[in-house]
Design a protein around this ligand. Structure first.
Ligand SMILES: [Zn+2]
Ligand SMILES: [Zn+2]
Ligand SMILES: [Zn+2]
Ligand SMILES: [Zn+2]
Length: 307
């Protein structure tokens, strides 16, 4: 292609891509570049300087050079027509001036009258170009519509994902706080129960110790009376009767009353179980409240999301 270019055409070459300007822009230093070439250069170099004289551009979006664009578009159009006229049928060496709609390929005039395409739907190149361009344009529009829909749905998914993250973070903090409270409550209850149990054990052990000591004293005294009385019973009558009054008195009035079986001296395990049961039911209540709370919390969040 370069060999076929004229000097006029070369004057319209972009210094970056060395081809005729496409959508030329002009910088404040009066240098021209293709729009895309300049943007790529600026993006890659992370600069907004002129690629030729290195002067910084005063505008972040340089304006199009419409005069130059008209000239360049004319050259590009002429080039395209020339390229088109160069296309010839490989079988008949004729210009490919037609398009076969059935085979979707360019054909020459001879092809349309005879051979494989004789029965096919054939159009002039310009006519077919216009028709198929319109069809493709319609397909492109529906693709663009689909793209917009996909972007909208993705945007909504992004928002939902972000909301889920916020929800999870908030719920996590609340769960931790609820369980901290629950643990504190259980620790305090455990400590209170243990203190109360230790106090009860001390009190009841002391009472038992006192009672055992009293019983031991009574046992010892009674054993003495029984032993003395038995010895008296073995004595001769005169001796027996001599000490009888005193012995009979001791036997009639023993030093100890009949002992009562200990009651209320054991630790009230049943009451302890009742308290533990109460703690358990309170824990269940706290959990139920937590469940209700989380239900309300997530319900409220769902309402907010749907709004
Ligand atoms: Zn260029
Ligand atoms: Zn410049
Ligand atoms: Zn042909
Ligand atoms: Zn055909």
């Amino acid at each position: 292609m370069r060999n076929l270019t004229t000097s006029t055409e070369e004057a319209l070459f972009c210094p970056i891509c060395s081809d005729v300007y496409r959508n030329p822009v002009i910088l404040s230093c009066d240098h021209n570049f293709c729009h895309d070439c300049l943007w790529t250069f600026w993006k890659d170099g992370q600069t907004s300087a002129c690629p030729l004289c290195k002067r910084r551009s005063s505008k972040t979006i340089p304006p199009f050079d419409f005069t130059l664009k008209t000239e360049c578009d004319a050259v590009l159009l002429a080039r395209a027509s020339a390229a088109e006229s160069e296309l010839t049928c490989s079988t008949h060496s004729e210009k490919l001036g037609f398009f076969c709609l059935d085979d979707r390929q360019l054909v020459c005039g001879v092809c349309t009258d005879s051979g494989a395409h004789a029965e096919h739907q054939v159009r002039l190149v310009d006519e077919a170009g216009q028709e198929l361009r319109a069809q493709l344009h319609d397909s492109l529009q529906s693709l663009k519509k689909k793209l917009r829909l996909l972007r909208r749905v993705k945007g909504s998914c992004d928002e939902t994902a972000a909301h889920v993250k916020v929800q999870a973070g908030s719920a996590l903090r609340r769960i931790q706080e609820e369980f901290r409270r629950l643990h504190r409550f259980l620790d305090e209850e455990e400590e209170a129960r243990l203190v109360s149990l230790r106090e009860e054990e001390e009190q009841k052990s002391r009472l038992m110790k006192e009672k055992i000591a009293a019983l031991s004293r009574d046992i010892s005294a009674l054993s003495d009376i029984i032993k003395t009385t038995e010895e008296q019973l073995k004595a001769h009558n005169a001796l027996f009767l001599q000490g009888y009054k005193e012995t009979a008195e001791r036997v009639r009035q023993p030093p100890a009353d009949d002992p009562e079986l200990a009651s209320g001296t054991l630790i009230d395990v049943y009451s302890l179980y009742l308290i533990l049961k109460l703690v358990k039911s309170q824990t269940t209540l706290i959990n139920s409240c937590s469940c209700l709370f989380y239900f309300l919390f997530s319900w409220e969040s769902q309402i907010n999301t749907s709004l």
